[in-house]
Design a protein around this ligand. Structure first.
Ligand code: SAM
Ligand code: CA
Length: 283
């Protein structure tokens, strides 16, 4: 049985949601039914199911995964995903459909120099390493390397470990190191994936704008924050969402508002996974 993707959480664990689940609820529904199901799933996503989709339908999510994502998933990427499923913090794993999306995006952009903030066991990192050319490089940051040990054997087996320059420590410090190395990393990156401490995204932004090239993309992950961006504090309490979800929601709301008003970038909040906002640097 396979563990599937989950939500962001530093502390919670989840029961595995299987790829072969028979549940299917695709079809046209009235608003009240959809609303009720969404309510249930918002509880569920932090409970037993641990789904990571803003789609209203588990069946539709399964259809996407089974018809076009899993058949195209690289062998070691799949291996890494399944290994991560055994890890106690597996709720942080990026969903496979988002991994696929990032890979196609990177290829469309001909991205070569990339950065990742928030690596965990390395699913999005390996997806990126597989999508960039042989001479491509990724500067990957995380406060610790322990979780990456789970995925490292798969990354080595895939033959892409030498594309990765892992920097251990708080990302803010590492960004300052990069910015401090003369002009070397200014306007350097084609693509930056941000998937770490949500309260700091807004503080990373001015630094990342100096590091990404004009026309390059900064992608902020989890910008729908488990669907809570559309909920009030009272609704989150009523839905019994965990404290950490309620805690970070205002930071995401603030970020989304800020990005929407930032004239230096072109943006699109893509509703895949838990929401990923693509910011293309304009000037
Ligand atoms: N991108 C990963 C994937 O595809 O599975 C998931 C990343 S996980 C959601 C978030 C990661 O951010 C954790 O591994 C955590 O250690 C890291 N992190 C949290 N705060 C950080 C910080 N201040 N600097 C760097 N990494 C941080
Ligand atoms: Ca994420």
């Amino acid at each position: 049985k396979e563990h599937d993707n989950g939500t962001e959480s530093a502390t919670t664990t989840t029961t595995a949601h299987t790829e072969t689940s028979t549940k299917s609820d695709v079809g046209v529904k009235n608003d009240a039914t959809v609303k009720e199901e969404t309510k249930q799933k918002q509880v569920g996503r932090h409970g037993k199911l641990g789904e990571k989709t803003i789609l209203h339908s588990i069946g539709l999510m399964e259809y996407i995964l089974e018809s076009s994502v899993y058949p195209r998933e690289h062998e070691q990427l799949r291996e890494l995903r399944l290994e991560t499923g055994k890890h106690p913090r597996n709720l942080m794993l990026s969903p496979a459909d988002e991994g696929r999306f990032l890979q196609v995006l990177l290829k469309l952009m001909n991205a070569k120099n990339t950065m990742e903030i928030g690596v965990y066991t390395g699913y999005s990192l390996l997806a990126t390493a597989l999508a960039i050319p042989d001479d491509g490089k990724i500067i990957a940051m995380d406060i610790n390397r322990d979780c990456l040990n789970v995925g490292w054997p798969s990354i080595e087996k895939a033959g892409v470990a030498d594309k990765i320059d892992f920097r251990e420590g708080p990302a803010m410090d590492t960004l300052d190191v990069l910015l401090g190395e003369g002009e070397k990393y200014h306007n350097h990156f084609d693509f930056i994936f941000v998937d770490a401490d949500k309260n700091n995204y807004i503080n990373y932004h001015p630094k990342l704008l100096q590091l990404v090239r004009v026309g390059g993309v900064i992608a902020y992950d989890n910008t729908l924050w488990n669907g809570t961006v559309a909920l009030t504090e009272e609704e989150m309490v009523e839905l019994q969402l965990p404290k950490y979800v309620r805690h970070y929601q205002p930071y995401i709301l603030e970020l989304n508002k800020f990005l929407a008003a930032d004239s230096r970038i072109d943006i699109s909040l893509v509703s895949i996974g838990d929401g990923v906002t693509l910011c293309r640097r304009l000037l």
